[in-house]
Write a protein that binds this ligand. Structure first.
Ligand code: ATP
Ligand code: MG
Length: 369
């Protein structure tokens, strides 16, 4: 797929700026705080309706304005799509496809696919499990957009069940309350099992690809394993067996849940384990080795999305090239070639060789223009 143009209105520090992409590779060059990452963030929002930086909509809308709009034209194998995301300071969003408002997010997701790689991604290795869950969820949303809906439903039940547990915390439940809780339990297990099933399936497909990339980048001296460590035990038979295990675990943790006033069982407590040479990657190795791991994950994401979607996704590289050594830079650049449309930010062009510079579109970003 090829992003032909993007138009930003009152988005972050962009007042009204249209950008045409004219080459497979675009380099956005500029000093700090000029709007390079903001532009990538806009593309990412169209792809996933999420922001890497976990920004709230009121941070995305330009200061002093009520509304922001991101509009883009995307060429795919058999169609050209016009995507529009309207953001409001109050958090209400509207999405439109070819100028028609789309009601369900899942019908908008999956039109544009993109993988972003920024220095924030190092948190995938170093940070807590929440970041890894969020990474996996963002990938899944692109692999099967219906997942956005599944996750939303699970989170909604989780919120309601948590509110209920909080409200009844430390008190004995009346029989009516017990019945109410049993209803939440069943819904949590049903919706949670859908999440678990898709996370397991996605990791099963991603892991061997990432392991291959990792071996190739690190020179195959190190062995990467990616393991899904679900909070609820997996089973062979979906959904019955997993739902059953889910409900049993809720039973086991019932007293603790009532005491703590929160839901302790379910995929919101899942972990994705990244292991190098039998050691958790977080504890293992240098920053360089951790970067290698993240690079392998990102290349695997690109490849998996391409396999599943049938078209190469965009690659958004935010300031990461300079952080990789020459060998890893070349691995990445060789992989990209012209296979993936790539938008790269940098503060200086010095880290690119002349062949790259000659074949890239170079845009200078200055104060939101
Ligand atoms: P760096 O090289 O440091 O990463 P960058 O070019 O990637 O810089 P961005 O993060 O894209 O910088 O842009 C940051 C600029 O955008 C800052 O000047 C910030 O004040 C401005 N900015 C962010 N949000 C808004 C907003 N809602 N309204 C107006 N300006 C904003
Ligand atoms: Mg930046």
């Amino acid at each position: 797929m090829f992003l032909k143009s993007i138009h930003l209105r009152q988005f972050r520090n962009y007042q009204d700026q249209k950008v045409e992409f004219t080459a497979a590779k675009t380099i956005l060059v500029g000093n700090n705080a000029q709007g390079k990452s903001n532009l990538l963030e806009a593309v990412e929002l169209l792809a996933t309706l999420r922001s890497h930086r976990m920004a709230r909509d009121r941070d995305l809308v330009q200061e002093g304005e009520a509304i922001a709009q991101i509009n883009a034209s995307l060429e795919r194998k058999s169609s050209i799509s016009d995507l529009t995301l309207t953001l409001r300071r109050n958090g209400r969003r509207t999405v439109a496809l070819n100028s028609e408002i789309v009601r369900r997010q899942m019908d908008f997701l999956g039109v544009l696919n993109a993988v972003e790689f920024s220095s924030l991604d190092l948190d995938l290795v170093r940070g807590g499990p929440e970041g890894r869950r969020s990474w996996l969820d963002t990938l899944l949303i692109q692999l099967e957009p219906v997942y956005a809906h599944i996750l939303q439903q699970y989170n909604q039940v989780l919120r309601q069940r948590n509110a209920f547990l909080k409200q009844t915390q430390d008190s004995a439940l009346s029989s009516q309350q017990s019945e109410q809780l049993a209803v939440w339990d069943a819904q949590l297990a049903t919706n949670g099992t859908r999440v678990i099933r898709r996370r397991e399936r996605a990791l099963q497909r991603l892991a061997p690809i990432a392991t291959n990339w990792h071996a190739s980048i690190s020179g195959s001296t190190e062995e990467l394993q990616i393991k899904y460590a679900p909070n609820v035990p997996l089973g062979e038979n979906y959904p019955q067996e997993v739902q059953q295990a889910f409900l049993e675990k809720i039973q086991q943790r019932a007293i603790a849940e009532l005491r703590q006033g929160t839901t302790l069982v379910g995929p919101h407590r899942d972990e994705v384990e990244l292991i190098i040479n039998q050691t958790p990657a977080r504890q293992y190795g240098s920053q360089g080795q951790q970067r290698t791991l993240v690079l392998a994950l990102k290349l695997a994401e690109l490849q998996l999305i391409e396999e599943v979607v049938g078209e190469p996704p965009l690659l958004l590289l935010d300031d990461v090239l300079a952080e990789l050594d020459l060998y890893r830079q070349n691995q990445l650049l060789d992989t990209i070639q012209d296979r993936f449309q790539t938008i790269i930010t940098t503060t200086h062009l010095g880290s690119f060789d002349s062949q790259w510079l000659n074949s890239s579109q170079i845009l200078l970003v200055k104060a939101g223009e």
